[in-house]
Design a protein around this ligand. Sequence first.
Ligand code: SIN
Ligand code: FE2
Length: 206
Amino acid sequence: MASGIEVVPGLVHYPGYLDRAAQEALRDELRRIVAAAPFFQPRMPRTGKPFSVQMTNCGPLGWVSDEAGYRYQPTHPTTGEPWPPMPPRLLAAWAELAPGAPPPEACLVNFYDAGARMALHQDRDEAELSAPIVSLSLGDTALFRVGGLTRGAPTRSFRLASGDAMTLGGPARLAFHGVDRILAGSSTLLAEGGRINLTLRRVTRA
Ligand code: SIN
Ligand code: FE2
């Protein structure tokens, strides 16, 4: 069983959860996913301001954002095709890191180039909040920030490196979190550089 560090109650960090061979295998699977479901540029609700992060998804549902709002939907916003299936190794990570939770329905794939970041937010578009969010990171290290249940609560930051896993569950399931910055050049996994983060989510009530 993977050994984790509880950073704040409910947030467990598993440094080096995936070894290099597993990271490379997942990277190669993601290439096939992105070939079928290309990265798209999400936009902020109402304003339409583009995110600095590019996104795609795999699994029965995918998270999208545009002028109409945040939501999960079964198809890619530009191709209109269903999202590619979730690779078995992601289902295996969920089974290990979220034991007893109902199966994941969405895997959001975020791509950060050297200048990308993600503002503090809560993951609360899911109806099933008893299941954790399971995160896997590949490529350049991120400076990740976690806070509390209100935007003004104190925050702390730590690094998520290539191969690290993290779960946000229990009292941290609705914790504010974000990515302050990417440490460019910190990993050799992605030939073009940058960071990929995968978050596995249960969406509907089990
Ligand atoms: C997210 O909150 O959707 C992504 C977090 C991360 O990139 O580590
Ligand atoms: Fe999030």
